[in-house]
Structure formats: C-alpha cells, structure tokens
Design a protein around this ligand. Structure first.
Ligand code: ZN
Length: 510
C-alpha cells in the first residue's frame, strides 16, 4: 500500500473545518512534498515529523513522499496536523494498518523526540469534528481535559507518537483525560468592597442592565478601576452557547483554564495602554491569536487611562465596537474573531493626573481639552454613560463601614431589568437597550410624552445637549425604568439618565 489518509481539523478564526491528511509514496528521489496551502509552520512540520518518526523507533520511508491536506482551498495554520501527517505517512509506507483510525480525528504537534505537544484551539477543533459527525478524537494529553468538556465525543489522549503507533498496530492503551474535578470558577470581585461612590455604583448598575458602554472621568483614587473590575459580577452568567463561544476564543489564544472548564462568567480584560495592536485586537504569525477585544467577548473590555492609548489602537477598536467582530488580514485571507464587548474607559481629567485645583497641576485648559479630545472621535461617540467621579472622602469610608450592597443583590435587579428589555425588544432584533437605535425611541410606540422629556428638550434648545446625546439619555432612561420595574420611563428616570450622561456637568457630546 502506498497511499493512506487520516482525519484532522483546521481552524479558520474560531471555526474548525475537517481536514483530510493524505500521504502517498512513490518511486523517485527521497523527498517530502507538502501541498494544500501549507504555511511556514507546515513546512517546518516536515522536519518535525521526520525526527519524531525516527526517534519513536519507526522506519522513515526513503521514497518520494507527497503529503496533501484537503480541502486545498482552506487556509491551514499551525502545528496541529503533525501527528496526523506522521500517521498517514506510516500508513502509506505499509508500516501501520490504519483501520483503527477510521472515523477518528487526530490532533497534535510533534516534538523532535517523538513527544506530542499541546496545540491552541483544541476546543473548537473538537466541536467541529463533532458537528461533522465524528465521535472520536485523539488529542495531546495536555489538551485532553479541555477537549473532554465537549459532550458527545469520546476523547483519548497520547503523550508520545509511540503510544499512538502502539495503539494502531497492536491495540495498546490510549490515555483517558484527567478525571480530577476542574478547578472552581475564580471568585469575582464584589461591589460590596466599594465604599461610597453612589453615582459610580448606580452608573455601572444601569450600564449592566442596558448593556451600555461606560466612561468614567476623575482623579486617581476615585475608584474608577474598582468599579470597572466589578461590572462583570453584575452581568448574567454566560449561557451554554456563549460559554462555548467564549471558551473557544480562549482556547485559540491558549488561555483556557487548566483542568478543562468552560468559561461561564463574562470575561474581563484590561489591556495596558502600552499594549501592542496585536495584543489589543489580535494578530501574530501562523494561527492568529485573538486580542483583548476578543478575549473580552461577551464580557467587559476596560481601558484604564484611555487617552494614553495610541491613536492607532483606539481607531482599531472602532470596527469591533460597531460590528461585534474583528477582521484580521492574513496571508491567504482574512481571519475573523467575535468581539462583542461592553466597553469601560477611564481617564484622568488631565495629563498630569493630579487632583483638580491642586496647586501642582499646571495643565492649561487647552492641554486638558486636547487630552480628553483624544477619546472623542473613535470611542466617546458610542458611550452612553459618561460620569465624573470625585475621590472617596473620609466621610464615605466611615458612613459605610459595613460595606456597600453586594454584587449578588445588584445582579438580581440587573437580571430582571434585562428580562424586561429582552421581552420588549424581542420582536425587533435587539436584546439590550444599548442596541436600540435612537430614532426608534423617538417614534411611537416608544416615544415618551412631551412632559417627560421636557428636561431634555430644554437642554437641546439651549445647545447644551446634542441630538446624539438626546438619544443616549433616552436609552439610559429605559434602563433605569427597567431596573426599577416601571414599564415606561418617568420624568424622574429621564432626569437621572441625564445625570448619568453629563454627570458633574462635564459634557463630551461630540
Ligand atoms: Zn494637570
């Protein structure tokens, strides 16, 4: 026999596709030819596979070897095909009868010594295999727990190529995924830790209820970071579909928690302002790594000291914020990753970050305007909640020695509010208030009576509120009404929404 094939899986973005790994041996000068759109890593695979086969005690076929990966049109990245290539060419050489691998996907990178190394993206690969009707997978031992969280497919593991060969040749044992209990979800930071800050607490509660992006302005020590870090604790846990989606992204990034557990809580990502563009939106060679904006998918992306981010970085976030996905240009096409995030940005009022009115701050009004102006175009345009926070006072700390209301209680209100919004908009295509276009809220049946929008129209007429700002306040009013269990916003809700929009009198209406 001089031909054999096995099954593997390739990833395009976070979506897996079944790949047939074919090997053919023919007369001619000994050589290995790879075809089927291999990238650089696949060419390196040639050397890895040869060393691994020889160092596993197998005979390397000294003939002309053609390895082909099908479908040819699928871009293929990474090293997960190594083990499949080794099996297929040993099969083609007549060294291995491959019947035992019928209907089994083979995933794993080979080390030169014949060890099998973990690969990124095993979770979505196994999901893809299952969707293609495959019910058995052999994966690297280090990825086995991750692969085993997918129900409906039998996962076996190997730590060496030799173990796979022994299994195929003589029924040797494969390994089972580790059966220890997965580690519990890490505890989330709790809102009970935040002293005082009534405006900030209310702002993130409303933001959680309506899915609104948030901007917080204020000096260091005002609690901006504490509040942002606690927003995920107010959001509903991820449902099965979302958990799989988020876990797949973390798997492709190689960041899934060890021990095999789906990500069930909304993720929180806080990239530093010096982060590279690739770290922020994704990139890198081979199988592109998802960036922070995708790792925060269905969770919170927090940009602290947002004006310090490079303009390019802020601009690069515009597309994912609009479309909920990131497109990365790659050789051989575009890679797409989901990136639907709730954005929280924080900024000091001026570049020197000293308290306002402090004798040491010498920033001119122009310098301050410029500093915050860096945010205006790309980001602030899309942010409904914009508040200014003051430093926590000693009085706050003493009055609230018992701590604030815990996250669990707030999350309960948020869940009810989200259910109300979902019910209202379900006939249309929106899930949360933040997604509803402004004009829709100004038309029947959602238009509020004139007397209830009086405070807004006064501001609009005087020029202290833009038309866009008007719509934002309407959206926030609905979230406040949902939280408080009213089926329509009242004039009080509109007033409160206005405060969450222009808190502290500062306006960034763009
Ligand atoms: Zn200053």
């Amino acid at each position: 026999m001089s031909y054999a094939k096995v099954l593997s899986v390739g990833l395009v973005g976070v979506t897996g596709h079944l790949v047939e790994v074919e090997a053919d041996l023919s007369a001619g000068l000994p050589a290995v030819v790879m075809s089927g759109l291999p990238d650089t890593a696949l060419n390196e695979a040639r050397d890895r596979v040869r060393a691994a086969v020889v160092n596993s005690g197998e005979r390397w076929p000294n003939r002309r070897i053609t390895v082909n990966l099908l479908p040819a049109t699928l871009p293929k990245h990474g090293s997960a095909f190594d083990m499949g290539i080794a099996a297929a060419l040993l099969g083609a050489a007549g060294e291995l009868p491959l019947a035992a691998l019928d209907g089994v996907v083979i995933l794993g990178e080979l080390g030169l010594d014949g060890s099998v190394r973990p690969v990124r993206g095993v979770l979505p690969m196994v999901v893809a295999a299952l969707r293609a009707g495959i019910h058995r997978a052999v994966v690297p031992l280090a990825n086995a727990a991750e692969a085993a969280v997918v129900p409906g497919i039998t996962v076996k593991a190997v730590e060496t190529l030799h173990r796979l060969v022994a299994y195929v040749r003589s029924g040797g044992a494969l390994l089972d995924p580790p059966s220890d209990h997965p580690p519990p979800e890490p505890l989330m930071l709790d809102l009970a830790d935040v002293a005082g800050q009534a405006l900030g607490r209310r702002a993130i509660e409303v933001a959680a209820a309506g899915g609104h992006h948030v901007a917080m302005f204020g000096p260091p020590g005002a609690g901006k970071t504490m509040l942002a870090e606690r927003l995920p604790s107010l959001l509903p846990p991820l449902d099965d579909e979302a958990a799989l989606e988020v876990s797949a992204l973390h798997s492709v990034a190689g960041l899934l928690p060890e021990g095999g557990r789906l990500v069930r809580r909304p993720p929180f990502q806080a990239p530093h302002h010096s982060a590279t563009l690739a770290a922020l939106v994704g990139g890198g060679s081979g199988l592109a790594r998802p960036g922070a904006v995708s790792l925060a998918h269905r969770g919170v992306l927090f940009l602290d000291e947002a004006p310090e981010f490079a303009t390019r970085a802020l601009e690069a976030l515009r597309q994912p914020l609009e479309s909920g996905r990131v497109l990365l240009s790659r050789t051989g096409g575009t890679t797409e990753y989901p990136a639907r995030v709730q954005l929280v940005v924080a900024a000091n009022p001026c570049p020197c970050a000293k308290p306002q009115g402090d004798a040491h701050c010498e920033c001119t009004p122009l310098a301050r305007r410029r500093y915050l102006g860096r945010l205006s175009g790309p980001l602030l345009d899309r942010i409904d909640v914009q508040i200014e926070l003051m430093p926590v006072t000693a009085a706050d700390l003493f009055v609230t020695t018992s701590g604030g209301e815990p996250s669990a209680d707030v999350a309960e209100r948020v869940a009810k509010a989200r259910a109300a919004a979902f019910a209202r908009w379900s006939a249309e295509r929106w899930r949360v208030n933040a997604e509803v276009p402004g004009p829709r809220l100004r038309q029947p049946p959602w238009r509020l009576p004139l007397r209830d929008t009086q405070p807004l129209r006064r501001r609009l007429d005087s020029g202290s509120l833009s038309a866009r700002g008007f719509d934002r306040v309407l959206r926030l009013s609905w979230s406040i009404a949902d939280l408080d269990g009213r089926d329509r916003p009242t004039v009080d809700d509109v007033e409160e929404a206005l405060a969450l929009r222009t808190g502290g009198g500062r306006r960034f209406d763009g």
